[in-house]
Design a protein around this ligand. Structure first.
Ligand SMILES: [Zn+2]
Ligand SMILES: [Zn+2]
Ligand SMILES: [Zn+2]
Length: 73
């Protein structure tokens, strides 16, 4: 933590402190499953490319019936 942040608190811009670069778990700029600012990943809105998320690399089980149904169109 920088000295200025120690004295007056972080200068939060969403999830990222503009001064020292510290991150917090609030105010993320979600781009699908990934935060554009801090790179944090959430388990929502993945960008599925088959069985893998193109953004975060998470894998899913495409053999489950609900995935087969969602991929059929
Ligand atoms: Zn800070
Ligand atoms: Zn973030
Ligand atoms: Zn993802």
């Amino acid at each position: 933590m920088g000295l200025a942040c120690k004295i007056s608190g972080h200068k939060w811009s969403g999830c990222l402190c503009e001064r020292c670069g510290q991150t917090r778990d609030a105010g993320h700029f979600w781009d699908g499953c990934k935060c554009r600012r801090c790179g944090r990943v959430r388990d929502e809105l993945h960008d599925w490319d088959g069985d893998k998320c193109a953004r975060c690399g998470k894998k899913r089980d495409v053999t489950l019936p609900e995935f087969k149904a969602s991929m059929s169109f």
